[in-house]
Every structure is written in C-alpha cells, then in structure tokens.
Unconditional design. Structure first.
Length: 388
C-alpha cells in the first residue's frame, strides 16, 4: 500500500514541438540536481512522465519539497506503482479505497492504448465489485487517479502542484541585476520560470568587499537557489562610479548609474554567453522608471533587456515576494548604493545628455577598473558557496 514511486508530469514542454527533447533533458538534469544527496533508487524517463523510484530509506516529504520549486514541472504525485494488470489494479485500488475516510471518485487514464481492457472496463470493475462499490462516489472531490501505462499502472490520490513554466537553462542564460530591494528577486523568479539560468550582478556601496560577502545579498541569492540549483553572482563596487560622477547634476545620477550597470551587465553577458539582461523595473513605479528614462538608460545597449515586472503593481510584487520568502530579507536594513537614491531624479532624461555624461566622466575606463575589482561566487544547492 505504501507509495513506491513519485510520478512527475511536465507542463508546457509539450507545446515546444521540435525543441521538446532539449526541454525534457534539461528538466531531467534539473530534477537530478535538485534531489542530489537524497535517498532514492533511480530517476527514469518514461514517455510523457518522469518516475522517481523510492527505496526503504527515501524520505518522500523531503523529495517532494525539492520538486515543488523546479520550473517545468506541472504536477507530481507520490504513487503506488504496480503491474498494468486489471486484477492487480482492482486489488490495489480496493486497499486504497478501504483506507479512505469517505467515498472517493475514480478517474482512469490510459497513456498506452493497446491493453486488452479499456478505461471503462476498469471503472466498471470497481463499480461492480462488492468490495469497492461502497467506497465510490462519483461526486466526491477526492479522487483516486489510476494511470495505466504500457507495463505499469500508477495509483495516487494526491496531485501536487509544480512551479509550471519552463526548465531553467532551456531559454539560455541572462544577467540579472539584483539589488537589495523587493523587486529584483521577484523579477529573478519570473525569469527563471521562463527557463532562464541566472547570473546575478550586484553593485555594492561598501569600502570593503568582505562586507557585501557577509551581507543579505548572498542570502537573497541563496533563497532563490531552489529554483535554479546553481547560480553565479558577480559583486561589483560602485565607488569608482560615484567618485567619477561627483560633478554631474545630481538629477541625472541615477539614470547614468543604470546605464553604467547595463554596460557592465552587457560585458558580463558577453563573457558568460548570456543572451539578455533582466531588471526589476516596472513601468512608472517610481520617478526614475518612466518610459523616457528607460529609453535613455538603455540607449546604445545592444543586449536585450527584459523587465518581467513591467505590468505589475507594487502590491502584487510584494505579495509574490512574500510567497517566495524573499520579502523579509528585502526589507532588512542594507546600505544600498545610497547617494544615488535621491528623491527627485530626472523623470525625462534624454539619451544625448546621458551619452555626454558617460563620455565626460570617462565611464568606459571606470568600467574597466571596476571590473578588475569585482569578484564572482558560484552558488550550488546543497553545497554552500565557492568564492574566487
Ligand atoms: P528593487 O526593489 O529591485 O531594488 P527599486 O524599486 O528599488 O527596485 P530601482 O532602485 O530603480 O528600483 O532599481 C531598479 C532595478 O535596477 C532593480 O530592480 C535592479 O534590477 C536594478 N538595481 C538597482 N540597484 C541595483 C544594485 N545595487 N545592483 C544591481 N542592480 C540594481
Ligand atoms: Mg532598489
């Protein structure tokens, strides 16, 4: 009676036609990494599902806890796997039904159609058996799923929701601008959910780089690790930029800093073979995030910039941050790149002025120097972090 497998169904993967095998193998690898170190027999691909074979040492709850966060999974179920034989199905079903508190509805699906029996034959067998009939109620919300494949049948009553979306890595890599705020962790999650492998880039205001390594930023990145299993984090100091731009009108500083961050992100994208830059901006959320400013900021940047939060209200973003459990970290006090957080930034910056300041402050050279002072860390789930 005890569950001996976990059946995993993929979601949107089936929409992907020709690329399907890439998505399926990426998801397979991601699941393997996520449950690495846990006790199980093996992970198998079986037609339109993956099956984790459990063993006596397996802790089902720990495994399902990891599976919940993996993009690309639509749902999964701890299940009893038996032979695809109608008598065995009836016997196992009877055992499950007699243990249930209330009558249950039965839903049968055959993913292999060449058996001698139909789905209806199975339902009929359950309805006409004296043993099972009293435990069946076709109006019940609780369901016993009977999934019949070629060799095996899977019986389960719990359908656990997966993260949906596409497996991380299937859409390539992107450089994600990660701040200490509420928005960018949510943007990171949404990007990962669409198959993006994250390379985080954070600009810090501390004199001493050790301070950022001990700050909440690596903790935020770690919090997001359950979606991607692994992530690189670039830490770049902001002070050279601040010194170089001391003389420009303060109103322009934020827009100029964003241009500088994009330029840096573009260089990282090139190095890491990443295809896009992701930010936590949403249109009109604050004075600095007007369409005009976004345009002026990204002028001259060739890499695609994605803003997954574009259409979200702050309240929706906060709700999502709470759900992701990043909110508490995001509101912890943190010394962000502060002089740049002025109250009244220019709301209609023009790209010509930004280009001009970029040149007059010699920001290309500043960028090179900043890159030399940066450090990278690789995070791996279940392994802690490695610095270089
Ligand atoms: P967030 O809550 O994500 O910090 P915000 O509402 O504070 O966003 P801004 O400060 O304008 O808005 O930042 C917009 C985006 O720019 C951020 O979501 C992030 O992607 C990027 N960003 C801001 N500050 C930094 C930083 N110090 N390092 C890296 N990226 C940053
Ligand atoms: Mg911010």
């Amino acid at each position: 009676m005890e569950d001996n497998v976990i059946v995993i169904h993929f979601g949107e993967l089936w929409l992907k036609g020709r690329n399907r095998h890439v998505f399926v193998s990426t998801l397979f690898k991601n699941i393997e990494n996520a449950i690495n170190g846990q006790e199980y027999g093996r992970l198998n691909r079986e037609r339109d599902r993956f099956v984790i074979y459990l063993n006596a040492e397996s802790k089902i709850n720990n495994i399902t806890d990891s599976l919940r966060y993996i993009p690309g999974i639509s749902y999964f179920s701890p299940a009893k796997m038996i032979k695809a034989d109608i008598n065995e199905i009836l016997a196992e079903g009877a055992a499950i039904l007699s243990n249930a508190k209330n009558p249950i509805k039965i839903v049968v699906h055959r993913s292999y159609k060449n058996h001698k029996f139909t789905s209806w034959d199975i339902v009929h067998a359950f309805i006409t058996s004296k043993k099972t009939n009293p435990h069946i109620d076709k109006n019940s919300k609780k369901i016993l799923y009977i999934n019949v494949a070629k060799d095996n049948a899977f019986l389960y009553t719990k359908k656990m929701e997966g993260a949906g979306g596409l497996p991380v890595g299937a859409s390539g890599k992107a450089v994600i601008l990660l701040s200490g705020g509420i928005d960018s962790p949510v943007a990171s999650f949404l990007a990962m959910k669409r198959g993006i492998e994250p390379i985080y880039l954070h600009f810090y205001a501390f004199q001493d780089y050790k301070k950022v390594a001990e700050s909440k930023i690596p903790r935020i990145a770690n919090k997001l690790l359950k979606y991607s299993n692994t992530a690189k984090v670039y830490y770049a100091p902001a002070h050279l930029f601040q010194i170089a731009t001391m003389k420009i009108p303060i109103k322009y500083e934020l827009v100029l800093f964003k241009r500088f961050m994009y330029k840096y992100a573009e260089a990282v994208a090139k190095k890491e073979d990443a295809k896009a830059i992701v930010t936590g901006e949403s249109v009109g959320q604050v004075a600095s995030q007007t369409i005009d400013n976004m345009q002026a900021t990204q002028h001259g940047i060739k890499t695609l910039i994605l803003r997954p939060l574009t259409g979200m209200d702050k309240i929706e973003i906060i709700r999502k941050a709470e759900e992701l459990d990043t909110f508490k970290l995001s509101i912890e006090a943190y010394r962000d790149v502060c002089s740049i957080k002025i109250k009244n930034p220019k709301t209609k910056a023009d790209s010509k002025s930004i280009d001009k300041f970029y040149r007059s402050c010699r920001l290309s050279e500043v960028l090179q120097k900043t890159m030399k002072m940066s450090f990278v860390e690789t995070l791996k789930i279940n392994e802690g972090m490695k610095r270089n």
